[in-house]
Design a protein around this ligand. Structure first.
Ligand SMILES: Cc1cc2nc3c(=O)[nH]c(=O)nc-3n(C[C@H](O)[C@H](O)[C@H](O)COP(=O)(O)O)c2cc1C
Ligand SMILES: Nc1ncnc2c1ncn2[C@@H]1O[C@H](COP(=O)(O)OP(=O)(O)OP(=O)(O)O)[C@@H](O)[C@H]1O
Ligand SMILES: [Mg+2]
Length: 506
Protein backbone atom coordinates (compact mmCIF):
# COMPACT_ATOMS: atom_id res chain seq x y z
CA UNK A 1 0.00 0.00 0.00
CA UNK A 2 1.82 3.08 -1.29
CA UNK A 3 0.97 5.50 1.55
CA UNK A 4 2.01 3.13 4.33
CA UNK A 5 5.20 2.34 2.41
CA UNK A 6 6.08 6.03 1.86
CA UNK A 7 5.74 6.80 5.57
CA UNK A 8 7.61 3.70 6.72
CA UNK A 9 10.48 4.56 4.35
CA UNK A 10 10.59 8.19 5.46
CA UNK A 11 13.08 9.22 8.12
CA UNK A 12 10.75 11.89 9.53
CA UNK A 13 10.19 10.44 13.03
CA UNK A 14 7.65 13.03 13.99
CA UNK A 15 5.56 12.32 10.89
CA UNK A 16 5.74 8.59 11.62
CA UNK A 17 4.41 9.15 15.14
CA UNK A 18 1.54 11.31 13.87
CA UNK A 19 0.77 8.77 11.16
CA UNK A 20 0.75 5.84 13.61
CA UNK A 21 -1.56 7.69 16.00
CA UNK A 22 -3.98 8.62 13.22
CA UNK A 23 -3.97 5.04 11.88
CA UNK A 24 -4.65 3.81 15.41
CA UNK A 25 -7.72 6.07 15.70
CA UNK A 26 -8.96 4.95 12.26
CA UNK A 27 -8.49 1.28 13.12
CA UNK A 28 -10.33 1.66 16.44
CA UNK A 29 -13.21 3.34 14.59
CA UNK A 30 -13.28 0.57 11.98
CA UNK A 31 -13.30 -2.01 14.78
CA UNK A 32 -16.20 -0.24 16.50
CA UNK A 33 -18.33 0.41 13.41
CA UNK A 34 -18.93 -1.62 10.26
CA UNK A 35 -17.94 -0.21 6.85
CA UNK A 36 -21.60 0.70 6.15
CA UNK A 37 -21.79 2.59 9.46
CA UNK A 38 -18.93 4.99 8.73
CA UNK A 39 -18.61 7.88 6.31
CA UNK A 40 -15.82 10.22 5.28
CA UNK A 41 -16.51 13.95 5.00
CA UNK A 42 -14.40 15.12 2.07
CA UNK A 43 -14.24 18.66 0.74
CA UNK A 44 -11.09 18.69 -1.39
CA UNK A 45 -9.21 20.76 1.25
CA UNK A 46 -5.69 19.83 2.32
CA UNK A 47 -6.77 18.37 5.67
CA UNK A 48 -9.42 16.18 4.15
CA UNK A 49 -6.94 15.13 1.44
CA UNK A 50 -4.57 13.96 4.19
CA UNK A 51 -7.46 12.14 5.80
CA UNK A 52 -8.45 10.44 2.54
CA UNK A 53 -5.03 8.82 2.26
CA UNK A 54 -4.87 7.94 5.95
CA UNK A 55 -8.28 6.28 5.63
CA UNK A 56 -7.14 4.37 2.55
CA UNK A 57 -4.09 3.15 4.49
CA UNK A 58 -6.10 2.51 7.67
CA UNK A 59 -8.77 0.59 5.79
CA UNK A 60 -6.14 -1.50 4.02
CA UNK A 61 -4.33 -2.29 7.28
CA UNK A 62 -7.66 -3.11 8.95
CA UNK A 63 -8.92 -5.38 6.16
CA UNK A 64 -5.73 -6.18 4.29
CA UNK A 65 -4.86 -9.45 5.87
CA UNK A 66 -8.38 -10.84 5.70
CA UNK A 67 -9.35 -9.92 2.18
CA UNK A 68 -7.99 -9.97 -1.31
CA UNK A 69 -7.60 -6.19 -1.22
CA UNK A 70 -4.05 -5.17 -2.02
CA UNK A 71 -4.34 -1.49 -1.17
CA UNK A 72 -4.75 -0.54 -4.81
CA UNK A 73 -6.01 2.89 -5.75
CA UNK A 74 -9.71 2.00 -5.88
CA UNK A 75 -9.96 -0.40 -2.90
CA UNK A 76 -11.85 2.07 -0.75
CA UNK A 77 -15.51 1.32 -0.06
CA UNK A 78 -16.15 3.91 2.67
CA UNK A 79 -19.04 6.22 1.79
CA UNK A 80 -17.78 9.75 1.07
CA UNK A 81 -19.90 12.85 1.58
CA UNK A 82 -19.29 16.19 -0.06
CA UNK A 83 -21.39 19.26 0.73
CA UNK A 84 -21.16 21.08 -2.55
CA UNK A 85 -21.78 24.80 -2.37
CA UNK A 86 -22.28 27.29 -5.20
CA UNK A 87 -19.66 29.49 -3.55
CA UNK A 88 -16.95 26.83 -3.56
CA UNK A 89 -13.86 27.53 -5.67
CA UNK A 90 -14.10 25.79 -9.07
CA UNK A 91 -10.60 24.38 -8.43
CA UNK A 92 -11.87 22.75 -5.20
CA UNK A 93 -14.86 21.26 -7.01
CA UNK A 94 -12.83 19.85 -9.87
CA UNK A 95 -10.17 18.47 -7.51
CA UNK A 96 -12.87 16.78 -5.42
CA UNK A 97 -14.48 15.16 -8.47
CA UNK A 98 -11.13 14.16 -10.02
CA UNK A 99 -10.03 12.59 -6.73
CA UNK A 100 -13.32 10.71 -6.47
CA UNK A 101 -12.66 9.22 -9.92
CA UNK A 102 -9.03 8.35 -9.22
CA UNK A 103 -9.80 6.55 -5.97
CA UNK A 104 -13.21 5.15 -6.88
CA UNK A 105 -14.90 7.07 -4.07
CA UNK A 106 -18.60 6.39 -3.55
CA UNK A 107 -19.74 9.97 -3.32
CA UNK A 108 -22.90 11.39 -1.80
CA UNK A 109 -23.13 14.96 -3.01
CA UNK A 110 -25.28 17.11 -0.74
CA UNK A 111 -26.54 20.53 -1.79
CA UNK A 112 -28.05 21.70 1.48
CA UNK A 113 -26.38 23.00 4.64
CA UNK A 114 -24.37 20.63 6.84
CA UNK A 115 -27.03 20.09 9.48
CA UNK A 116 -30.09 19.40 7.37
CA UNK A 117 -27.98 17.47 4.86
CA UNK A 118 -26.78 15.18 7.64
CA UNK A 119 -30.32 14.82 9.04
CA UNK A 120 -31.57 13.57 5.66
CA UNK A 121 -28.54 11.36 5.05
CA UNK A 122 -28.67 9.72 8.46
CA UNK A 123 -32.35 8.89 8.03
CA UNK A 124 -31.59 7.12 4.76
CA UNK A 125 -28.28 5.41 5.64
CA UNK A 126 -27.07 3.47 8.69
CA UNK A 127 -24.20 5.91 9.30
CA UNK A 128 -23.05 6.10 12.94
CA UNK A 129 -19.63 7.70 12.66
CA UNK A 130 -18.14 10.34 10.34
CA UNK A 131 -14.43 10.94 9.76
CA UNK A 132 -13.47 14.61 9.63
CA UNK A 133 -10.22 16.43 8.83
CA UNK A 134 -10.61 18.83 11.74
CA UNK A 135 -7.38 19.92 13.43
CA UNK A 136 -6.59 21.74 16.66
CA UNK A 137 -6.42 25.39 15.72
CA UNK A 138 -9.49 25.15 13.47
CA UNK A 139 -12.19 27.29 15.08
CA UNK A 140 -14.53 24.28 15.08
CA UNK A 141 -12.02 22.08 16.95
CA UNK A 142 -12.56 23.79 20.29
CA UNK A 143 -13.59 21.22 22.87
CA UNK A 144 -13.35 18.27 20.46
CA UNK A 145 -11.51 14.99 21.09
CA UNK A 146 -10.51 12.32 18.57
CA UNK A 147 -13.92 10.75 19.19
CA UNK A 148 -16.55 13.43 19.86
CA UNK A 149 -20.29 12.86 19.70
CA UNK A 150 -22.05 15.37 17.45
CA UNK A 151 -23.23 18.53 19.23
CA UNK A 152 -26.66 18.86 20.83
CA UNK A 153 -29.15 19.89 18.16
CA UNK A 154 -27.27 17.90 15.49
CA UNK A 155 -28.36 14.41 14.40
CA UNK A 156 -26.65 11.77 16.57
CA UNK A 157 -23.36 10.41 15.22
CA UNK A 158 -19.75 10.12 16.33
CA UNK A 159 -17.32 12.65 14.92
CA UNK A 160 -13.98 10.89 14.42
CA UNK A 161 -11.03 13.27 14.11
CA UNK A 162 -7.88 11.22 13.38
CA UNK A 163 -5.71 14.28 12.61
CA UNK A 164 -6.93 16.46 15.48
CA UNK A 165 -3.38 16.80 16.88
CA UNK A 166 -1.68 17.38 13.52
CA UNK A 167 -0.03 20.74 12.91
CA UNK A 168 0.05 22.66 9.63
CA UNK A 169 3.64 21.43 9.23
CA UNK A 170 2.55 17.79 9.73
CA UNK A 171 -0.11 18.13 7.02
CA UNK A 172 2.41 19.35 4.46
CA UNK A 173 5.06 16.84 5.55
CA UNK A 174 2.52 14.07 4.89
CA UNK A 175 1.28 15.36 1.51
CA UNK A 176 4.82 15.95 0.23
CA UNK A 177 6.27 12.72 1.63
CA UNK A 178 3.47 10.64 0.10
CA UNK A 179 3.67 12.67 -3.14
CA UNK A 180 -0.11 12.76 -3.43
CA UNK A 181 -2.06 15.31 -5.45
CA UNK A 182 -3.67 18.23 -3.66
CA UNK A 183 -5.86 21.08 -4.87
CA UNK A 184 -3.95 23.48 -7.16
CA UNK A 185 -5.00 26.52 -5.09
CA UNK A 186 -2.46 25.56 -2.43
CA UNK A 187 0.32 26.15 -4.95
CA UNK A 188 -1.05 29.65 -5.52
CA UNK A 189 -0.63 30.84 -1.93
CA UNK A 190 -3.96 29.71 -0.47
CA UNK A 191 -3.28 28.13 2.94
CA UNK A 192 -6.83 27.40 4.18
CA UNK A 193 -9.79 27.38 1.87
CA UNK A 194 -13.32 28.52 2.61
CA UNK A 195 -15.68 30.01 0.06
CA UNK A 196 -14.88 32.31 -2.88
CA UNK A 197 -16.36 35.15 -0.84
CA UNK A 198 -14.16 34.84 2.21
CA UNK A 199 -10.84 33.42 1.02
CA UNK A 200 -7.82 35.09 -0.55
CA UNK A 201 -4.19 33.94 -0.89
CA UNK A 202 -2.22 34.29 2.33
CA UNK A 203 -0.45 37.68 2.22
CA UNK A 204 2.45 36.17 4.19
CA UNK A 205 3.32 34.17 1.08
CA UNK A 206 3.26 37.17 -1.24
CA UNK A 207 6.31 37.61 -3.45
CA UNK A 208 6.88 41.34 -3.62
CA UNK A 209 7.04 42.71 -7.13
CA UNK A 210 7.77 46.32 -7.82
CA UNK A 211 6.60 46.23 -11.45
CA UNK A 212 2.95 46.51 -10.47
CA UNK A 213 2.11 43.36 -12.42
CA UNK A 214 -0.11 40.62 -10.99
CA UNK A 215 0.83 39.70 -7.41
CA UNK A 216 2.47 36.28 -7.05
CA UNK A 217 2.43 33.93 -4.08
CA UNK A 218 4.63 31.12 -2.83
CA UNK A 219 3.05 27.68 -2.33
CA UNK A 220 1.22 26.93 0.90
CA UNK A 221 3.81 24.44 2.15
CA UNK A 222 6.31 27.32 2.49
CA UNK A 223 4.30 29.08 5.19
CA UNK A 224 6.69 28.76 8.12
CA UNK A 225 4.30 29.61 10.91
CA UNK A 226 1.27 27.37 10.67
CA UNK A 227 -0.59 29.51 13.19
CA UNK A 228 -1.11 32.02 10.40
CA UNK A 229 -2.74 29.43 8.18
CA UNK A 230 -6.06 31.25 8.32
CA UNK A 231 -4.64 34.72 7.61
CA UNK A 232 -6.23 34.55 4.15
CA UNK A 233 -9.70 33.94 5.57
CA UNK A 234 -11.37 37.35 5.69
CA UNK A 235 -14.35 38.20 7.84
CA UNK A 236 -16.19 41.50 7.59
CA UNK A 237 -16.45 42.13 11.31
CA UNK A 238 -14.43 40.53 14.04
CA UNK A 239 -16.25 39.33 17.11
CA UNK A 240 -13.12 39.54 19.22
CA UNK A 241 -10.54 42.25 18.82
CA UNK A 242 -11.40 45.52 17.19
CA UNK A 243 -15.14 45.74 17.72
CA UNK A 244 -15.16 48.87 15.62
CA UNK A 245 -12.90 47.81 12.80
CA UNK A 246 -13.28 45.39 9.94
CA UNK A 247 -11.01 42.52 10.88
CA UNK A 248 -10.12 39.12 9.59
CA UNK A 249 -10.57 35.87 11.53
CA UNK A 250 -7.40 36.39 13.54
CA UNK A 251 -8.75 39.62 14.96
CA UNK A 252 -6.46 41.52 12.64
CA UNK A 253 -7.67 45.06 12.37
CA UNK A 254 -7.73 47.11 9.20
CA UNK A 255 -5.38 49.92 10.14
CA UNK A 256 -6.76 52.30 7.54
CA UNK A 257 -10.07 52.44 9.36
CA UNK A 258 -11.37 55.40 11.28
CA UNK A 259 -8.71 56.21 13.83
CA UNK A 260 -10.98 58.52 15.75
CA UNK A 261 -12.97 55.66 17.26
CA UNK A 262 -12.70 54.79 20.91
CA UNK A 263 -10.95 51.53 21.76
CA UNK A 264 -10.79 50.32 25.32
CA UNK A 265 -8.49 47.99 27.19
CA UNK A 266 -8.47 46.41 30.62
CA UNK A 267 -5.48 45.35 32.66
CA UNK A 268 -5.52 42.32 34.94
CA UNK A 269 -2.64 41.67 37.32
CA UNK A 270 -2.51 38.18 38.80
CA UNK A 271 -0.65 38.08 42.09
CA UNK A 272 -1.33 37.13 45.69
CA UNK A 273 1.83 39.09 46.56
CA UNK A 274 0.19 42.33 45.37
CA UNK A 275 -2.94 41.65 47.44
CA UNK A 276 -0.84 40.78 50.51
CA UNK A 277 0.83 44.17 50.15
CA UNK A 278 4.25 42.54 49.82
CA UNK A 279 4.81 43.94 46.34
CA UNK A 280 3.75 47.18 44.69
CA UNK A 281 2.49 46.65 41.15
CA UNK A 282 4.28 49.04 38.81
CA UNK A 283 3.36 47.40 35.54
CA UNK A 284 -0.20 48.73 35.61
CA UNK A 285 1.02 52.32 35.70
CA UNK A 286 3.47 51.72 32.87
CA UNK A 287 0.83 49.91 30.77
CA UNK A 288 -1.77 52.65 31.31
CA UNK A 289 0.72 55.24 30.10
CA UNK A 290 1.58 53.18 27.04
CA UNK A 291 -2.06 52.59 26.11
CA UNK A 292 -2.95 56.22 26.66
CA UNK A 293 0.02 57.30 24.53
CA UNK A 294 -1.40 55.40 21.53
CA UNK A 295 -4.86 56.87 22.02
CA UNK A 296 -6.50 53.91 23.78
CA UNK A 297 -8.68 54.21 26.89
CA UNK A 298 -8.13 51.97 29.88
CA UNK A 299 -11.49 51.10 31.37
CA UNK A 300 -10.41 48.99 34.35
CA UNK A 301 -7.40 47.71 36.24
CA UNK A 302 -7.98 44.63 38.37
CA UNK A 303 -5.72 42.68 40.68
CA UNK A 304 -6.84 39.10 41.26
CA UNK A 305 -5.39 36.30 43.41
CA UNK A 306 -3.55 33.30 41.94
CA UNK A 307 -6.73 31.32 41.65
CA UNK A 308 -8.16 29.86 38.44
CA UNK A 309 -11.74 30.93 39.06
CA UNK A 310 -10.79 34.49 40.02
CA UNK A 311 -8.72 34.85 36.83
CA UNK A 312 -11.43 33.22 34.69
CA UNK A 313 -14.21 35.40 36.09
CA UNK A 314 -12.29 38.63 35.51
CA UNK A 315 -11.14 37.65 32.01
CA UNK A 316 -14.63 36.54 31.03
CA UNK A 317 -16.12 39.88 32.02
CA UNK A 318 -13.34 42.00 30.56
CA UNK A 319 -12.95 40.25 27.21
CA UNK A 320 -16.54 40.84 26.25
CA UNK A 321 -16.65 44.49 27.27
CA UNK A 322 -13.22 45.60 26.05
CA UNK A 323 -11.39 45.56 22.77
CA UNK A 324 -8.25 44.17 24.36
CA UNK A 325 -7.40 42.68 27.75
CA UNK A 326 -3.84 42.54 29.08
CA UNK A 327 -2.74 40.12 31.77
CA UNK A 328 0.50 39.58 33.60
CA UNK A 329 1.66 37.55 36.59
CA UNK A 330 0.95 33.91 37.39
CA UNK A 331 2.87 32.44 34.43
CA UNK A 332 5.30 29.59 34.96
CA UNK A 333 5.60 26.09 36.40
CA UNK A 334 4.64 26.82 40.03
CA UNK A 335 1.40 25.49 41.46
CA UNK A 336 0.30 29.10 41.86
CA UNK A 337 0.87 29.91 38.18
CA UNK A 338 -2.70 29.56 37.00
CA UNK A 339 -3.13 32.50 34.62
CA UNK A 340 -3.29 30.38 31.45
CA UNK A 341 -5.69 27.91 33.07
CA UNK A 342 -7.90 30.86 34.06
CA UNK A 343 -7.84 32.26 30.51
CA UNK A 344 -8.70 28.80 29.10
CA UNK A 345 -11.59 28.53 31.53
CA UNK A 346 -12.86 31.99 30.58
CA UNK A 347 -13.05 30.86 26.94
CA UNK A 348 -14.50 27.44 27.81
CA UNK A 349 -11.56 25.52 26.34
CA UNK A 350 -8.96 23.23 27.89
CA UNK A 351 -5.20 23.62 28.12
CA UNK A 352 -3.42 21.49 25.52
CA UNK A 353 0.25 20.90 24.73
CA UNK A 354 1.57 23.30 22.11
CA UNK A 355 4.54 21.81 20.27
CA UNK A 356 5.83 25.08 18.92
CA UNK A 357 5.74 26.80 22.31
CA UNK A 358 7.39 23.76 23.86
CA UNK A 359 10.28 24.09 21.41
CA UNK A 360 10.84 27.68 22.47
CA UNK A 361 10.76 26.74 26.14
CA UNK A 362 13.13 23.86 25.54
CA UNK A 363 15.63 26.22 23.93
CA UNK A 364 15.33 28.43 26.99
CA UNK A 365 15.22 25.98 29.89
CA UNK A 366 16.42 22.75 28.32
CA UNK A 367 14.69 19.63 29.54
CA UNK A 368 14.07 20.87 33.11
CA UNK A 369 10.35 20.46 32.65
CA UNK A 370 7.94 19.47 35.34
CA UNK A 371 6.31 16.06 35.21
CA UNK A 372 6.63 13.87 32.13
CA UNK A 373 5.30 16.68 29.94
CA UNK A 374 6.33 20.28 29.86
CA UNK A 375 3.33 21.71 31.64
CA UNK A 376 4.45 25.24 30.85
CA UNK A 377 3.85 24.42 27.18
CA UNK A 378 0.13 23.87 27.70
CA UNK A 379 -1.85 26.69 26.14
CA UNK A 380 -5.59 27.37 25.74
CA UNK A 381 -6.63 25.04 22.96
CA UNK A 382 -7.80 26.30 19.59
CA UNK A 383 -7.72 30.00 20.48
CA UNK A 384 -4.02 30.69 21.03
CA UNK A 385 -1.78 32.56 18.64
CA UNK A 386 1.93 32.98 19.28
CA UNK A 387 3.27 36.44 18.51
CA UNK A 388 6.92 36.12 17.53
CA UNK A 389 9.63 38.74 17.61
CA UNK A 390 13.37 38.30 17.16
CA UNK A 391 14.02 40.11 20.46
CA UNK A 392 11.76 37.79 22.42
CA UNK A 393 13.19 34.44 23.55
CA UNK A 394 9.62 33.12 23.86
CA UNK A 395 6.69 34.47 21.81
CA UNK A 396 3.87 36.40 23.45
CA UNK A 397 0.62 34.53 23.95
CA UNK A 398 -2.57 35.94 22.43
CA UNK A 399 -5.94 34.27 23.00
CA UNK A 400 -8.40 36.15 20.81
CA UNK A 401 -8.48 39.64 22.36
CA UNK A 402 -6.50 38.67 25.47
CA UNK A 403 -2.72 39.19 25.53
CA UNK A 404 -0.57 37.70 28.25
CA UNK A 405 2.72 39.39 29.10
CA UNK A 406 5.40 37.37 30.82
CA UNK A 407 7.11 40.55 32.10
CA UNK A 408 7.77 40.78 35.82
CA UNK A 409 9.12 44.33 35.88
CA UNK A 410 8.75 47.59 33.98
CA UNK A 411 11.86 47.09 31.83
CA UNK A 412 10.72 43.68 30.67
CA UNK A 413 7.26 45.06 29.99
CA UNK A 414 8.74 47.85 27.88
CA UNK A 415 10.51 45.30 25.69
CA UNK A 416 7.43 43.10 25.31
CA UNK A 417 5.30 46.13 24.51
CA UNK A 418 7.69 47.31 21.78
CA UNK A 419 7.78 43.80 20.29
CA UNK A 420 3.98 43.62 20.40
CA UNK A 421 3.66 46.93 18.58
CA UNK A 422 6.24 45.87 15.98
CA UNK A 423 4.94 42.32 15.56
CA UNK A 424 3.19 41.93 12.23
CA UNK A 425 1.38 38.87 13.59
CA UNK A 426 -0.40 40.87 16.26
CA UNK A 427 -2.22 42.11 13.17
CA UNK A 428 -2.51 45.61 14.51
CA UNK A 429 -4.58 44.41 17.46
CA UNK A 430 -2.98 47.46 19.07
CA UNK A 431 -3.67 49.83 16.24
CA UNK A 432 -2.48 53.33 17.23
CA UNK A 433 -5.40 55.73 17.39
CA UNK A 434 -5.48 59.47 17.23
CA UNK A 435 -3.53 60.45 20.38
CA UNK A 436 -5.10 62.18 23.33
CA UNK A 437 -4.41 65.85 23.77
CA UNK A 438 -4.17 66.74 27.47
CA UNK A 439 -3.92 69.86 29.58
CA UNK A 440 -3.20 69.67 33.28
CA UNK A 441 -3.67 72.94 35.18
CA UNK A 442 -2.75 73.48 38.81
CA UNK A 443 -5.11 75.77 40.74
CA UNK A 444 -5.02 76.97 44.34
CA UNK A 445 -8.73 76.68 45.08
CA UNK A 446 -10.82 74.72 47.54
CA UNK A 447 -13.02 71.95 46.14
CA UNK A 448 -16.07 74.02 47.00
CA UNK A 449 -14.79 76.98 44.94
CA UNK A 450 -13.84 74.76 42.00
CA UNK A 451 -16.83 72.42 41.92
CA UNK A 452 -19.53 74.54 40.28
CA UNK A 453 -17.40 76.19 37.55
CA UNK A 454 -15.93 72.81 36.67
CA UNK A 455 -19.38 71.22 36.42
CA UNK A 456 -20.47 74.01 34.06
CA UNK A 457 -17.30 73.58 32.00
CA UNK A 458 -17.84 69.85 31.66
CA UNK A 459 -21.41 70.46 30.46
CA UNK A 460 -20.17 73.00 27.89
CA UNK A 461 -17.49 70.57 26.69
CA UNK A 462 -19.30 67.28 27.04
CA UNK A 463 -17.12 65.73 24.31
CA UNK A 464 -14.06 66.09 26.57
CA UNK A 465 -13.00 64.48 29.79
CA UNK A 466 -12.76 67.12 32.53
CA UNK A 467 -11.77 66.06 36.03
CA UNK A 468 -9.50 66.87 38.89
CA UNK A 469 -7.40 65.35 41.62
CA UNK A 470 -5.27 66.44 44.56
CA UNK A 471 -2.00 65.09 45.84
CA UNK A 472 -2.82 66.37 49.32
CA UNK A 473 -5.91 67.82 51.00
CA UNK A 474 -4.13 71.14 51.62
CA UNK A 475 -2.22 71.30 48.34
CA UNK A 476 -3.39 72.59 44.96
CA UNK A 477 -6.03 70.97 42.76
CA UNK A 478 -4.88 69.55 39.41
CA UNK A 479 -7.54 69.97 36.73
CA UNK A 480 -7.25 67.59 33.75
CA UNK A 481 -8.75 68.21 30.34
CA UNK A 482 -8.40 65.33 27.89
CA UNK A 483 -9.73 64.82 24.40
CA UNK A 484 -8.81 63.81 20.88
CA UNK A 485 -9.35 67.22 19.33
CA UNK A 486 -6.51 69.57 20.37
CA UNK A 487 -8.54 72.66 19.35
CA UNK A 488 -11.41 71.63 21.67
CA UNK A 489 -8.98 70.97 24.51
CA UNK A 490 -7.46 74.41 23.92
CA UNK A 491 -10.91 76.09 23.90
CA UNK A 492 -11.84 74.33 27.15
CA UNK A 493 -8.54 75.45 28.70
CA UNK A 494 -9.23 79.05 27.72
CA UNK A 495 -12.80 78.84 29.03
CA UNK A 496 -11.46 77.44 32.30
CA UNK A 497 -8.96 80.28 32.65
CA UNK A 498 -11.78 82.79 32.34
CA UNK A 499 -13.72 81.17 35.17
CA UNK A 500 -11.11 81.92 37.87
CA UNK A 501 -8.78 84.78 38.79
CA UNK A 502 -5.42 84.55 37.06
CA UNK A 503 -3.80 84.34 40.51
CA UNK A 504 -5.51 81.01 41.18
CA UNK A 505 -3.32 79.26 38.58
CA UNK A 506 0.27 78.19 39.06
C1 LIG B 1 -19.80 15.94 8.65
C2 LIG B 1 -19.94 17.17 9.46
C3 LIG B 1 -20.33 17.08 10.78
C4 LIG B 1 -20.47 18.21 11.57
N1 LIG B 1 -20.86 18.08 12.86
C5 LIG B 1 -20.99 19.20 13.62
C6 LIG B 1 -21.40 19.11 14.98
O1 LIG B 1 -21.63 18.04 15.52
N2 LIG B 1 -21.53 20.25 15.67
C7 LIG B 1 -21.27 21.48 15.11
O2 LIG B 1 -21.39 22.49 15.80
N3 LIG B 1 -20.88 21.58 13.83
C8 LIG B 1 -20.73 20.47 13.08
N4 LIG B 1 -20.34 20.59 11.78
C9 LIG B 1 -20.15 21.93 11.22
C10 LIG B 1 -18.71 22.31 11.18
O3 LIG B 1 -18.18 22.44 12.47
C11 LIG B 1 -18.66 23.60 10.41
O4 LIG B 1 -17.40 23.69 9.83
C12 LIG B 1 -18.88 24.85 11.26
O5 LIG B 1 -20.17 24.81 11.74
C13 LIG B 1 -18.60 26.15 10.48
O6 LIG B 1 -19.12 26.09 9.24
P1 LIG B 1 -19.04 27.32 8.23
O7 LIG B 1 -17.71 28.01 8.50
O8 LIG B 1 -19.11 26.71 6.89
O9 LIG B 1 -20.20 28.19 8.56
C14 LIG B 1 -20.20 19.46 10.99
C15 LIG B 1 -19.80 19.56 9.66
C16 LIG B 1 -19.65 18.43 8.89
C17 LIG B 1 -19.22 18.54 7.47
N1 LIG C 1 -18.19 21.16 2.25
C1 LIG C 1 -17.75 20.12 2.95
N2 LIG C 1 -18.07 18.86 2.58
C2 LIG C 1 -17.59 17.81 3.26
N3 LIG C 1 -16.82 17.91 4.34
C3 LIG C 1 -16.48 19.13 4.78
C4 LIG C 1 -16.92 20.30 4.10
N4 LIG C 1 -16.41 21.37 4.75
C5 LIG C 1 -15.70 20.88 5.78
N5 LIG C 1 -15.72 19.54 5.80
C6 LIG C 1 -15.04 18.66 6.77
O1 LIG C 1 -14.48 19.47 7.80
C7 LIG C 1 -13.05 19.36 7.81
C8 LIG C 1 -12.41 20.67 8.16
O2 LIG C 1 -12.78 21.67 7.23
P1 LIG C 1 -11.74 22.73 6.66
O3 LIG C 1 -12.40 23.89 6.07
O4 LIG C 1 -10.73 22.99 7.71
O5 LIG C 1 -11.19 21.97 5.34
P2 LIG C 1 -9.79 21.36 5.05
O6 LIG C 1 -9.83 20.00 4.49
O7 LIG C 1 -9.25 21.37 6.35
O8 LIG C 1 -8.98 22.38 4.19
P3 LIG C 1 -8.39 23.82 4.58
O9 LIG C 1 -8.11 23.92 6.05
O10 LIG C 1 -7.15 23.98 3.79
O11 LIG C 1 -9.49 24.73 4.19
C9 LIG C 1 -12.68 18.87 6.44
O12 LIG C 1 -11.43 18.21 6.43
C10 LIG C 1 -13.85 17.94 6.13
O13 LIG C 1 -13.68 16.69 6.77
MG1 LIG D 1 -8.71 22.93 8.02
Amino acid sequence: MEIDKAIRESDDRRLKTKYNNAIYVIQRALALYSTEEVAFSFNGGKDSTVLLHLLRAGYFLHKGEQSSANGGLTDFPIRTIYFESPSAFPEINSFTYDTATTYGLQMDIIHTDFKSGLETLLKAKPIRAIFLGVRIGDPTAVGQEQFSPSSPGWPPFMRVNPILDWSYRDVWAFLLTCKVQYCSLYDQGYTSIGSIHDTVPNALLSISNSSGSKENFKPAYLLSDGRLERAGRVKKVSASAGRFFPANENGMVNVDSDQNRLLTASIIAVGDEILFGSVKDQLEHSLCKKLHSIGWSVSKIAVVPNDIDSVAEEVEQRKSTNDMVFLYGGLGPLHSDVTLAGVAKAFGVRLAPDEEFEEYLRKLIGYQCTGDRNEMAQLPEGITELLHHERLPVPLIKCQNVIIFSATNVLELEKEWECLIESTESGGCLVPLKPYSSKHLTVHLSDVEAAHPLLKLSLEFSDLYIGGYRESRQGPLVICIEGKDPARVQSATEALRKKFDAGAFS
